[in-house]
Design a protein around this ligand. Structure first.
Ligand SMILES: [Fe+2]
Length: 188
């Protein structure tokens, strides 16, 4: 039996599946939607293990970033995106912005996805020169309607959030917001 009390699909290869079986799978998948927020929260916890030479671990950095977004009056999608912006580092540092953006994509509006996908190049204003990269990398996005949001995120919230003595909300403070944002996929 499935969690919703149905007989599970019995096909062993997709080309032998039926519409009824796919209706069961769709219903079951929707009933398991809360799993998404819980997985995201457990990935956030894993960021505590990643410091990589910074003054604070990546969980503290993300909590401080989201706390600043909230204090600035950002809406819930932006606060949750700020919290998750470095979640991709659990998997891989080099492509972490794109990983975070794709986790968020079905659940938040497009400008918030873009803000996260491009956040490293906006951050670059403050450190790319030390790595022989172009500090003006953000200029490629001039004219995008989300440019000023991404600027605010990088300049006011993200790049300022590496302070071991800085205000750091608990992850539990953000958990209800994470559960609300991930409660329903708006896009495939
Ligand atoms: Fe960051």
């Amino acid at each position: 039996m499935t969690a919703t009390g149905k007989v599970p699909a019995l096909f062993t290869r997709m080309d032998e599946s039926s519409k009824d079986e796919w209706m069961i799978i769709a219903q079951e998948t929707m009933s398991n939607q809360p799993r998404v927020a819980e997985t995201v929260l457990s990935m956030m916890q894993q960021l505590e293990e990643i410091t990589d030479g910074f003054a604070v671990n990546q969980l503290v950095h993300c909590l401080q970033t989201a706390g600043r977004a909230e204090a600035a009056g950002a809406d819930e999608e932006v606060i949750v995106a700020s919290l998750l912006h470095d979640i991709g580092k659990v998997v891989s540092v080099p492509n972490h912005p794109k990983i975070a953006a794709e986790i968020l994509r079905p659940y938040v509006r497009e400008e918030v996805v873009s803000m996260i996908a491009a956040h490293q190049d906006f951050q670059g204003r403050h450190y790319y020169e030390h790595l022989g990269m172009d500090p003006n990398a953000r200029d490629q996005y001039v004219g995008q309607e989300w440019f000023s949001l991404a600027e605010k995120f990088a300049d006011e919230w993200d790049q300022t959030s590496f302070d071991p003595d800085g205000p750091t909300p608990d992850l539990s403070h953000f958990e209800p917001m994470v559960r609300r944002v991930f409660a329903q996929a708006h896009r495939l």
